[in-house]
Design a protein around this ligand. Structure first.
Ligand SMILES: Nc1nc2c(ncn2[C@@H]2O[C@H](COP(=O)(O)OP(=O)(O)OP(=O)(O)O)[C@@H](O)[C@H]2O)c(=O)[nH]1
Ligand SMILES: [Mg+2]
Length: 290
């Protein structure tokens, strides 16, 4: 996505002159790097306002571009809050198929456990037995409580019960794994809305966190996915998974700019410790690296 971005930019600014034509080309380059048209336009107009010296070279232009991108992303840095007073804290994880929900849940649960919080993992992906097993294995590895139901049962039912179970067990945190679903499958999206509604039957404040995982390799479509999910459940944050496999950034720029949702972290591998905070400066350095 932002792959080879730097060498592409240097081609645009041969002779170091920044002019309308090079800016137009840079805008196209951003769009081809999965930044949506509106956001790319904003980046360019902000960049054009920066004073670039007469002999401004590629390094100067790149530095200005970095500043523009960092300024745009910084308001969305938001580490998950692992300390809180409202118990149980309920985290609902959503996203399209294979976007990293279950793995990200394991990482988050592990962080809670390392802060001595007692966690209940809820297997609300009742479509596939393998999904339940995957979460159960993580639960055993991390040392959390676990609740599941028979394959094919209504996920809203196990979600409702999980709150009662957490009260019995004295859990401070409930993390709910849901089945992957495509944002345009209305019946499956409705089911997600139902999960959120049954939680609200317990308490209007539930769920406290609704996190959507986005696979870093997803292109322009990621923004659409987030907008659609946000219609059915009120998202509170995004985690970009698989950032280790693709230093793509265009997607995140469009998502934050359009939806104003914070970024709760970056997935950088398949292990428990592979969740890092989203720091806009590091992120921009990474995506403009080559
Ligand atoms: N390299 C890398 N792989 C990841 C990361 N997060 C998840 N994966 C891998 O991506 C694949 C899918 O991850 P899951 O956590 O099962 O995704 P999911 O969203 O729960 O998938 P479904 O439940 O099938 O919708 C697995 O092989 C994970 O190990 C990450 O940050 N980096
Ligand atoms: Mg899963």
């Amino acid at each position: 996505m932002f792959k080879n971005f730097r060498s592409e930019i240097s081609k645009l600014f041969v002779g170091s002159k920044i002019n309308q034509e090079s800016l137009d080309q840079l805008e196209e380059l951003l769009i081809s790097s999965d930044v949506n048209i509106e956001t790319a336009g904003q980046v360019i107009s902000t960049l054009a306002k920066k004073t670039i010296s007469k002999n401004g070279n590629i390094d100067e232009i790149t530095a200005h571009l970095k500043d523009v991108l960092i300024d745009m992303l910084m308001p969305y840095e938001q580490t998950l809050n692992y300390q809180f007073s409202d118990v149980p804290r309920i985290v609902l994880m959503v996203g399209v198929n294979g976007s990293g929900k279950t793995t990200t849940i394991a990482k988050i649960a592990n962080n809670f456990v390392s802060k001595n919080q007692s966690v209940l993992l809820v297997a609300a992906d009742t479509f596939r037995a393998a999904a339940t097993e995957q979460l159960q294995l993580w639960s055993e590895k991390i040392g959390t409580d676990f609740i599941s139901e028979t394959e094919g049962s209504d996920p809203a039912s196990i979600v409702y019960k999980s709150v009662l179970r957490a009260k019995e067990l004295g859990n401070q945190v409930i993390i709910i794994d849901t089945a992957g679903r495509l944002h345009n499958k209305v019946d499956l999206m409705d089911q997600l809305g139902k999960i959120s509604r049954v939680l609200k039957k317990h308490d209007e404040k539930y769920p406290h966190d609704v996190i959507m995982t986005i696979d870093a390799t997803t292109g322009q479509n990621a923004l659409k996915q987030v907008e659609e999910f946000n219609k059915y459940v009120t998202l509170t944050g995004i985690i970009l998974s698989k950032f280790d496999t693709s230093a793509s950034g265009g997607t995140l720029l469009s998502i934050t700019n359009k939806t104003k949702l914070p970024i709760n972290g970056l997935g950088i591998g398949e292990n428990l410790e592979d969740l890092k905070d989203f720091i806009s400066r590091d992120f921009v350095e990474e995506i403009l690296k080559n």
